[in-house]
Design a protein around this ligand. Structure first.
Ligand SMILES: *Cc1c(COP(=O)(O)O)cnc(C)c1O
Length: 346
């Protein structure tokens, strides 16, 4: 395994922290008279604090992904995981982080919130990694954030390129895999045993169909997880969300069947778009959305909205001029999109 000095990457004040110890951390048994957390004793579904370590959820998710539960941190969405990583490793006003463009807008928001400079390195003409440019921009950086499959372009990034970056860069490499379950190739989780500087983030918001419960997962070497646990708010994932996520993991064949349906619908949408004269280019996708280029994205966007079909206008994103991003909906929703798109005359 490629090893890195994780303590040395950690912010000074975080290195000195010990995690807050809550009542539910200090006694973890299930039986007894619980008079330790100042809770209201009258029983209801939610009168007790939730498990601050989300043990059951970690155990089920670890089994699903073939990792160990001490390699996991659960967050209030993967956005919280990313925020924890910024806060644990980046000194505000001093450190900087590198990412790709175009990519997910939250990286910039999180960097700004944490007063960390973000350098955005352009993807190549296939929306894939320019390894040399990324490595050149990363000298002295704390972290590189890569999104694969990338949002808004939809494509998986080249795995060998990601491995070369992991090999040559001595900071953290965070690979955001929010859409990995829609891809036909393997997750970067397979590389966890080879690179101590790899962190992967995944989410219940997309393939698992649970954007409303706000559950995200960070997966990395346990030393990285231990650092993040020092700054994690104690009850960051509420009890109802933990329970709903667990139920969903217990019915994983339903998730798999939805993914299969969405991939079929994705093919149908791609086929439709490729046969439209108005569509200049359909970009390859490994996600549950399709990016496509038209002559005038603003006009198409407005016409679609007039007919009650809302897509995402990405025309202002780097390299995405006149591009619209279309999420894969149900069969009926996609039919409606196609029907409306067909009638637009610009
Ligand atoms: C949707 C999305 C997420 C999910 O964020 P959550 O906070 O887990 O809902 C993460 N990364 C990317 C690139 C996304 O598009």
């Amino acid at each position: 395994m490629k090893a890195i000095n994780i303590e040395a990457l950690t912010r000074d004040n975080v290195r000195r922290l010990t995690p807050y110890s809550s009542a539910r951390d200090e006694f973890t048994g299930a039986e007894g008279v619980f008079l330790d957390a100042n809770e209201n004793p009258f029983p209801s579904k939610v009168n007790r604090y939730p498990d601050p370590q989300q043990r059951e959820l970690k155990s089920k998710f670890a089994d699903l992904r073939g990792v160990r539960k001490d390699q996991l941190i659960i967050g209030n969405g993967s956005d919280e995981i990313l925020d924890l990583v910024f806060r644990a490793f980046c000194e505000p006003g001093k450190d900087f982080v590198v990412t790709i463009k175009p990519s997910y807008g939250m990286y910039k928001v999180l960097a700004n919130m944490n007063d960390v400079k973000l350098s955005e390195v352009a993807l190549d003409h296939n929306f894939d990694l320019d390894v040399d440019a990324i490595l050149a921009a990363s000298e002295g950086a704390k972290m590189i954030i890569l999104c694969s499959p990338n949002n808004p372009t939809g494509n998986l990034l080249n795995k060998d390129s990601i491995k070369e970056i992991l090999e040559k860069f001595n900071g953290l490499v965070l690979v955001d895999e929010a859409y990995i379950d829609f891809a036909d190739k393997a997750s970067m989780l397979d590389e966890l045993t080879n690179y101590q500087n790899l962190m992967v983030s995944q989410t219940f918001s997309k393939a698992f169909g649970m954007a409303g419960i706000r559950v995200g997962v960070g997966i990395a070497h346990e030393e990285i997880i231990n650092i993040l646990n020092r700054i994690k708010p104690p009850y960051n994932v509420n009890g109802i969300s933990q329970e709903m996520a667990l139920n969903r993991l217990g019915r994983i064949e339903e998730v798999a069947s939805e993914i299969t349906q969405l991939k079929l619908e994705r093919s149908r949408l791609i086929n439709f778009l490729e046969h439209q004269d108005a569509v200049i280019r359909v970009y390859p996708t490994d996600a549950n959305f399709v990016l496509f280029k038209v002559s005038d994205a603003n006009k198409y966007y407005d016409r679609l909205v007039e007919k009650g079909v809302i897509v995402r206008n990405r025309t202002s994103a780097f390299g995405c001029e006149n591009c619209l991003r279309l999420s894969v909906g149900t069969k009926e929703e996609n039919n409606r999109f196609m029907e409306v798109f067909d009638t637009i005359n610009i």
